[in-house]
Structures are given as C-alpha cells and as structure tokens.
Design a protein around this ligand. Structure first.
Ligand code: ACO
Length: 160
C-alpha cells in the first residue's frame, strides 16, 4: 500500500492535537488520549502540554513526533516519535530512537502502525542517523520485524 486511505493524513504533532474532536472530554480523542492506550499519561493540563510541545519544537532537529489523523472524525488515530541522539562515536554520528508508538484500538490492523514507523525511519535517515533503534515487549517483536527491525542485544532499566 503506497498511500494512506482516503480521509487520513500523516503530519507532525500540532498544538491543537491536545484537544482534537468534540470538547466534551468523553468524546475527545486527542494525542494524549491515544498515548493513554500505550502507558500512563496522567492528568496533563493544556499549559503543561504546550510547554512541553514548544520545548520540543524549539529542538526540532532532535524531536520528531508525528500523528495520523482521521480528518472526518477529527481524531488522532496513531502517533510516534523519533528522538535524534548526537554521538561522538561513528564520526560524530547520530542515532535515532523510536519511542511511544501507538495506534488507537479501533484502528489497529490497518497498517497505520507500519505507516508511522516507515515515516519515522525516513525522518531518521534524512537527518543522517546511522541506525535507528527501539525497545519493545516480546509480543510486539513480530510487528517490528514486519517493519524491518531485527533483534539485537538486551534492554536494561533502572527505575528511580
Ligand atoms: N503480532 C504479529 N504481527 C503483528 C502484530 C502482532 N502483535 N501487530 C501487527 N502485526 C503485523 C500486522 O499483521 C501487519 O502485517 P502485514 O504487513 O503482513 O499485513 C504488520 O505487522 C503491520 O501491522 P499494523 O496494522 O501496521 O499494526 P497496528 O496499526 O495494529 O499497530 C501497534 C501495531 C503499534 C503495536 C499497535 O498494536 C499498538 O498500538 N499497540 C499498543 C501500544 C504498543 O504496544 N505500542 C508499541 C510500544 S513499543 C515502542 O513504542 C517503541
């Protein structure tokens, strides 16, 4: 499939994604509601969201967050980020870290996840990353393999 289905657009995250859809929060499906299907988001008010949004926007050669929007229903249906890390090794190289990939439950299995990953890979390549890496659960391995990734080494974590 070479283009998104009609009525869907892939674009950078925008301030208005905080409150996509109707203003009644129960019907709203903005960026944070979709991210809530991935992990804990917490109660983030609009000012706090905007502070974070503009912090990242001012570093727009480091943070690339993209979304897919269902334009008819005004919903964010999928999202993902590639964070570009600058290195001293690999000739002052860059590594792309894919983070916070999520597709709204109602829209899974329609290649939206794959679209997000393909675009993030493209961005990483365009900005000069020599590799793009990510951490995921065992159950998501087949999805990332379909997106061209292979298993490499082990993730370790230290929680504060
Ligand atoms: N097991 C096997 N194959 C899978 C799975 C799976 N769990 N999920 C997707 N695939 C396959 C699809 O069948 C498809 O194969 P095809 O190209 O042969 O047709 C291919 O992978 C692409 O699938 P999509 O339809 O693009 O996947 P989807 O849009 O459903 O998104 C995602 C996948 C993002 C994992 C979604 O299920 C989701 O949001 N899950 C909850 C949040 C999550 O776990 N996110 C990933 C966190 S890891 C990180 O952020 C780095």
């Amino acid at each position: 499939q070479s283009t998104l289905p009609k009525g869907f657009i892939l674009r950078p995250l925008e301030p208005s994604d905080y409150e996509k859809g109707l203003s009644l929060s129960i019907f709203r499906l903005g960026f944070l509601e979709v991210l809530g299907q991935l992990t804990v988001v917490g109660n983030v008010d609009k000012d706090t969201f905007m502070d974070q949004f503009y912090y990242m926007k001012n570093r727009n050669n480091e943070y690339f967050t993209i979304v897919i929007e269902d334009t008819q229903r005004r919903r964010v249906v999928a999202a993902g980020t590639v964070l570009v890390e600058r290195k001293f090794v690999h000739m002052i190289g860059k590594v792309g870290h894919i983070e916070d990939i999520v597709v709204n439950k109602e829209y899974r299995g329609q290649n939206f996840g794959k679209w997000i990953i393909e675009q993030l890979k493209h961005i990483g390549k365009q900005v000069g990353c020599y590799k793009i890496i990510l951490d995921c659960s065992e159950k998501n391995v087949p999805f990332y393999e379909k997106c061209g990734f292979t298993k490499k080494e082990v993730e370790m974590a230290w929680y504060i």
